[in-house]
Design a protein around this ligand. Structure first.
Ligand code: RM4
Ligand code: MN
Ligand code: MN
Length: 435
């Protein structure tokens, strides 16, 4: 069987694939526009906001992920960071919503960062936060992270981990990044294994050294995670530990919330509200989960929760909370899907939650809350969520030069098969770890 290939990043290809769907979209958009008008909402103003929405892609997300049991690679996976950028460009061109990439080092280490920046720039891509990795031993390093990194009992191991983070900052500077995301796996598997207070104090000491190496216009984002790989006690296990750390580090340290890093049923939107209140909400890793750090596609399990997170963010914007500029990043593991398709649909789901949250009648909601009208307040919030904003998202994509239906355009392009031809699997490629 011969498959034809068309570059899905090509404007003419995208425009042609939009042709067939354009008339239906226009009709659906007009119908929705009339409905929203009756609610006092200008659909074009909403389109303008949606067009400007962006989320960063995780470089590690374009390869197939895995679990603790196995990683089963897909066809035509990117073999190096340049090829990862190629795939990210597909996601961005087809969705118009992913203008930046978040790198993970040393998974994405390369010889020429200036060339990497140019390569990304050619596709209109920039770089968001860089992620360090001291949860794995790296080839050639002097000390092992078996018993921790930034919190290790041995000062030499801590120094090595600090140095890696400083290296990440220097690389990020060359790429135009403005933040370092710090997530460590340090912790204990047994009660008694680690002194809970001293381990945290060692963390603060190491993190302060990293903070001191930040350029003036950079932020340090601290990511908490309840468990895994440490199964009894993780040093930065919750937003409390994270908030105390950023407060002790300084004004450019902020908390990053990875949605999957909480126990099931935890009220994440409330954590978001608290961090906004503290002026320390720095960013997100979006994904979805059912049980733990499942790294499933954003919005695939509980889209209402995703919406409620955006509701807090837009409520804060409505209240004029100063200095709130959280970095939006995806952090997912794609084990059974084509990673490009998962990233595209996740970006769309984020945009959907954002657009829905923008529909909330905030003055009405505030009034209902003030009058303790629980039922109508809940309905006012739900009403925005149950509005099908699909035509707004598609319209915004088309206006941005992206695809009305990203996944169908992608499939029609034959990109994955072409990658399979151009990228024969290599042993030991930089696919990343089991994420
Ligand atoms: C962790 C955490 C980090 C990510 C690694 C790969 O669970 O979410 O953000 O960098 O996985
Ligand atoms: Mn994460
Ligand atoms: Mn995670």
């Amino acid at each position: 069987m011969t498959t034809t290939y068309a570059d899905p990043r090509d404007q003419a290809f995208i425009a042609a694939s939009n042709e067939a769907q354009g008339a239906d979209l226009d009709r659906d958009f007009d119908t929705l526009g009339a409905q929203l008008q009756r609610r006092g909402i200008d659909i074009h103003a909403l389109v303008a906001r949606v067009r400007a929405f962006g989320v960063a892609l995780p470089s590690w997300g374009v390869g197939t992920g895995g679990t603790r049991c196995a990683r089963i690679p897909g066809v035509g996976e990117p073999r190096n960071v340049f090829e990862k950028i190629e795939d990210c460009a597909v996601v961005h061109r087809l969705t118009g919503a992913t203008p930046t990439v978040s790198l993970h080092l040393p998974w994405d280490a390369c010889d020429d960062y200036a060339a990497l920046r140019t390569h990304a720039g050619r596709w209109g891509l920039g770089f968001d936060a860089v992620n360090s990795n001291t949860f794995q031993d790296q080839r050639g390093q002097a000390h092992s992270y078996r018993y921790g990194s930034l919190t290790h009992t041995d000062a030499a191991v801590r120094a090595q981990a600090v140095e890696h983070n400083v290296d990440c900052i220097r690389i990020g500077e060359r790429l135009g990044s403005k933040a370092l995301t710090l997530w460590i796996g340090d912790g204990a598997n047994f009660p008694g294994q680690q002194h809970l207070t001293r381990a945290y104090e060692r963390y603060l000491d190491s993190a302060a050294k990293i903070y001191a190496a930040l350029p003036g216009d950079w932020r340090l984002l601290i990511e908490h995670k309840m468990y895994e790989p440490a199964f009894y006690a993780t040093v930065i296990q919750d937003w409390g530990s994270s908030l105390l750390a950023v407060q002790s580090l300084g004004p450019r340290a902020h908390c990053l919330v990875d949605l999957g890093h909480h126990a099931p049923n935890v009220n994440i939107e409330m954590i978001v509200a608290r961090l906004i209140h503290a002026g320390r909400l720095g960013g997100f890793h979006f994904n979805d989960s059912k049980y733990g750090d499942d790294d499933l596609d954003a919005g695939s399990i509980d889209p209402y929760r995703l919406y409620l997170v955006f509701n807090e963010l837009l409520d804060a914007a409505w209240r004029g909370v100063p200095g709130l500029e959280p970095a939006y990043m995806l952090d997912q593991s794609h084990n059974v899907t084509d990673p490009i398709e998962s990233l595209m649909s996740s970006a769309v789901e984020l945009t959907r939650a954002y657009a829905q949250a923008a529909l909330v009648d905030r003055a009405l909601l505030a009034d209902l809350q003030q009058r303790n009208d629980a039922l109508l307040a809940a309905q006012a919030l739900k009403r925005a969520f149950t509005t099908d904003v699909t035509p707004i998202l598609a319209w915004a994509r088309r206006a941005n030069g992206a695809a009305i239906d990203p996944v169908s355009a992608y499939r029609a392009s034959g990109y994955r098969a072409e990658c399979g031809r151009l990228r024969p699997a290599v042993k030991g490629g930089t696919g990343g770890g089991i994420v």
